[in-house]
Design a protein around this ligand. Structure first.
Ligand SMILES: Nc1ncnc2c1ncn2[C@@H]1O[C@H](COP(=O)(O)OP(=O)(O)OP(=O)(O)O)[C@@H](O)[C@H]1O
Ligand SMILES: [Mg+2]
Length: 341
C-alpha cells in the first residue's frame, strides 16, 4: 500500500471536531457527528483510518458490507473486538440483533469521561438493507449517543443518499455536519508521485487526483511513460475507474468516445457533457418517491436506474430511491427538458 499523502486540511477539520467533543466532555450533549461523502475510491475510508489512528483516543471503525442486517451486526461485533474502546467487549458479548439494540450497547461501551470516535463506513448499505436504519440512528443519537463525548463519523460514497440523509424530512436532519472529500489536489499529487509542479498539474489532470490511479504511477515517471503503461493494460486503475464512472454516472447508452468528444469540443460541466453524451442531465426524484415508501402506499415504478437495479418481488419498489436520488430521465421525458417525474 502506498504511503498516505496529503489531506492536511481534512485531517485538521476532523481534529477540530474531535477537540470540540473533548472540550464538551462532562457537559450534557458533547457528542458531534460528521457525515463524510465523496466519489467512489476518492480516499474517504483511508482518510478516516488515518485520522483515528493519529487521534490518540479510543475508537471503533465499523465498515458495513451490504450483506443482511444480521451479517452486518455480526461484523460490528467482530470490529468491536478489534477496537480500542475500553468496553468494546460489551458489543461482542451482547450480540445485538437489531441496530436499535446495537446502538444502545455501543453507547454503553463509549467512555463517558473522555473523547472517543465511532466510525460507520458505507452507511448507504445499511440504509439500503434496512429501511428503519435512519430512524434508529436518529433515536440512538438523540437519546444516548449525543450524551457521550463521541465523534460519530458516517461515511458513504452514494453522494445523493449521503446528501439526502441530512435533508429536511429525513430522520437524521441537522444532526451531522457535512464534509465532502474531493480528489487529491495537484500539490498532493506532485508530492505523491515525486513530480515538479508543471508535471504535477498534468498528472492531477490525467489521474483526476484519484489516489488509486496515482498509486500506479511509477514514482518520478513522466506523463507519457505512465500513459503508455496504463493504456496498454486493460485492468489498469486508469481504465477501470473510467469504465466504472461511465457505467455509474452516465446514461447506459453513453460511450466513452461520446463523453470524450463532448469534453474535447469544449463542454466543461457534468450536465452538459452528459447531455451531449445522450442523456438529458441528472434529475432528482421528486419527494413523492421517497414518500411513497415512507407512507407505506403502494410501490410505484421508478425510472431511477438504481431503483431498477434494486427491484424486489413487490414490483418496482425501490428501497433506496430517496428524494435526493439522481437518475437519468427515461427517453420519453428527455424531449421535455424538465427534471420532474
Ligand atoms: N491520502 C492517500 N494517500 C495515499 N493513498 C490513498 C490516500 N487516500 C486513499 N488512498 C488509496 O486509494 C485507494 C482508495 O481509497 P479508499 O478505499 O479510502 O477510498 P474510498 O473513498 O473509501 O472508496 P469507496 O468509495 O470504495 O469506499 C486505497 O487503495 C487507498 O489506500
Ligand atoms: Mg471506503
Amino acid at each position: 500500500m502506498v504511503n498516505f499523502v496529503g489531506r492536511r486540511q481534512e485531517l485538521a477539520a476532523l481534529e477540530r471536531e474531535l477537540q470540540k467533543v473533548a472540550a464538551g466532555a462532562g457537559g450534557e450533549r458533547p457528542g458531534r457527528c460528521v457525515m463524510l461523502r465523496g466519489r467512489r475510491r476518492v480516499g474517504k475510508s483511508r482518510l478516516v483510518e488515518r485520522f483515528v489512528e493519529r487521534s490518540g483516543v479510543p475508537f471503533l471503525f465499523f465498515a458495513a458490507t451490504g450483506a443482511s442486517p444480521g451479517n452486518d451486526l455480526a461484523r460490528l461485533a467482530r470490529d468491536a473486538q478489534a477496537s480500542t474502546l475500553p468496553l468494546a467487549r460489551l458489543v461482542a458479548a451482547a450480540r445485538p440483533e437489531s441496530w436499535d439494540a446495537a446502538f444502545d450497547v455501543l453507547a454503553a461501551a463509549l467512555p463517558a469521561d473522555r473523547a472517543s470516535v465511532l466510525v460507520i463506513d458505507e452507511v448507504p448499505y445499511l440504509v439500503d438493507a434496512d429501511g428503519a436504519f435512519e430512524g434508529m440512528l436518529q433515536r440512538a443519537w438523540d437519546r444516548v449517543l449525543e450524551t457521550k463525548p463521541v465523534l460519530l463519523v458516517l461515511i458513504g460514497s452514494d453522494l445523493s443518499m449521503m446528501e439526502a440523509l441530512n435533508t429536511y424530512g429525513r430522520p437524521f436532519h441537522q444532526r451531522g455536519r457535512e464534509m465532502v472529500l474531493g480528489p487529491l489536489n495537484p500539490a498532493e499529487v506532485g508530492r505523491m508521485l515525486g513530480l515538479e509542479p508543471a508535471e504535477a498539474f498534468d498528472a492531477a489532470l490525467v489521474t483526476g487526483g484519484l489516489p488509486l490511479i496515482c498509486a500506479e504511477w511509477p514514482h518520478g515517471a513522466g506523463l507519457w511513460d505512465f500513459l503508455d503503461e496504463a493504456l496498454n493494460d486493460p485492468v489498469s486503475a486508469l481504465l477501470v475507474s473510467a469504465e466504472r464512472s461511465l457505467a455509474a454516472e452516465f446514461p447506459p447508452q453513453a460511450q466513452a468516445r461520446t463523453v470524450l468528444a463532448a469534453i474535447g469540443s469544449g463542454e466543461r460541466t457534468f450536465t452538459n457533457i452528459a447531455r451531449a453524451a445522450g442523456g438529458s442531465g441528472p434529475h432528482h426524484c421528486s419527494a413523492r418517491w421517497s414518500c411513497s415508501r415512507r407512507s407505506g402506499s403502494s410501490p410505484r415504478s421508478c425510472p431511477c436506474p438504481r431503483g431498477r437495479r434494486r427491484t424486489d418481488a413487490t414490483g418496482w419498489r425501490t428501497p433506496t430511491c430517496g428524494s435526493g436520488c439522481t437518475f437519468w430521465a427515461p427517453p420519453w421525458r428527455r424531449s421535455s427538458g424538465d427534471g420532474a417525474i
